[in-house]
Design a binder for this molecule. Structure first.
Ligand code: VTB
Length: 346
């Protein structure tokens, strides 16, 4: 994979975040998402690469842009052989979420970001649009905590691995009715719960960074975002496991009322997933030899600042993680929309 890709994808997530942040607080989550999609796609299509979206905005018939299977990058254009060395280019798969946490943006709340993950072709699990039970934890607990355990058991293990008391642990859980029992169990075990309304990708990745005061993510979120989280966690050496949730009784959303357990199993089988109960580790969800992850804060978060506009420009903060260079870079960027003025940086 091209080394410059790691730099160019910063601009991809930055452009998506800037576009979306203009809709911050406007109560319109669909537009906040749509403008992020357009900006991400436009910048992506300027990169010298042969990319294919494996996790995106949905199937082609329901999403016009960044749909699953869409080819992106300069070298996917019909006449690309005249200006790209196609035989030398590694084909890559891309998982995107241009606006992770659309509600957070719409209502001006913390934790929204533009995010993507890249691997060589075949290196990312093409997760179906299902729910996923997730467990994320810091690197010292990798392979020691287990999604098959109860939350109580995992908290004991986590406390040992991190050499601290259980009541010093903070577990992020999404505020949903489906998590009522989980939240009670975590509190009864003595740990503290940080409830979030949306945005579990940021929460999962925060576990891998000491100092965030987030020690685990537990509960059920969306499966496609689980793959993006897994890509980052694999690079960072953190713990991530996911298990698809197909029984409507486990989620109980207005959408899930329309499903049946059997119907969902059939749907999964038709997608080639014959073991619906399988538990996936990070290196199965993101199996690529070379992985890249990039995120840019739309609203302020645990890891990154949100987009801040000033007269004639904006400032963003992004995170780019590369398995190849073994780096996690925080990138603070000043974007000058007009003629550069005197910049005041603090
Ligand atoms: C969202 C979102 C999360 O999962 O809530 C979603 O905020 C699914 O849960 O970050 P609901 O259908 O109950 O809202 C995520 O997108 C990602 O896992």
């Amino acid at each position: 994979m091209e080394n410059t890709l790691g730099l160019e994808i910063i601009e991809v997530v930055e452009q998506a975040a800037i576009a979306s942040s203009r809709w911050m607080g406007k109560g319109d989550k669909n537009t906040a998402d749509q403008v992020a999609v357009e900006a991400m796609r436009e910048r992506m299509n300027k990169i010298y690469m042969r990319g294919r979206i494996v996790i995106g905005e949905g199937e082609r018939d329901e999403a016009p842009m960044l749909y699953i299977g869409e080819e992106v990058g300069i070298c996917t254009q019909p006449d690309a052989s005249s200006f790209c060395k196609l035989d030398e280019l590694v084909e890559i798969d891309i998982a995107v979420d241009p606006c992770e946490g659309t509600n957070l943006v719409a209502y001006g709340q913390n934790g929204a970001m533009a995010v993507l993950a890249i691997a060589e072709k075949g290196g990312l699990f093409a997760a179906p649009d299902f729910y996923m039970k997730k467990l994320a934890a810091p690197a010292p607990a990798r392979g020691k905590v287990d999604i098959r355990n109860s939350a109580t058991e995992n908290l004991k293990i986590l406390a040992e691995c991190l050499d601290r008391a259980i009541d010093e642990l903070v577990v992020v859980v999404m505020k949903r009715d489906r998590h009522t029992d989980l939240i009670k169990e975590i509190r009864d075990a003595g740990a503290r719960v940080q409830l979030i309304s949306d945005g579990d990708v940021s929460a999962a990745i925060s576990c891998a960074f000491a100092g965030t005061n987030i020690h685990a993510l537990m509960g059920i979120g969306a499966a496609p975002e689980g793959v993006i989280s897994a890509a980052a966690m694999r690079c960072l050496g953190g713990h991530f496991q996911g298990q698809l949730i197909y029984d409507p009784a486990d989620v109980k959303t207005p959408e899930s009322e329309k499903w049946t357990r059997e119907g969902n199993i059939e749907r999964l089988n038709s997608m080639g997933i014959m073991e619906p109960d399988r538990i996936y580790d990070a290196d199965e969800l993101a199996s690529g030899k070379t992985l890249l992850f990039a995120a840019c804060g739309i609203t302020p978060g645990t890891l990154m600042e949100g987009v801040r506009f000033f007269s004639g420009g904006a400032r963003t903060e992004s995170l780019v993680i590369s398995s190849q260079s073994k780096t996690a870079r925080f990138v603070d960027t000043v974007h000058m929309f007009n003629e550069p003025k005197q910049l005041q940086l603090r």
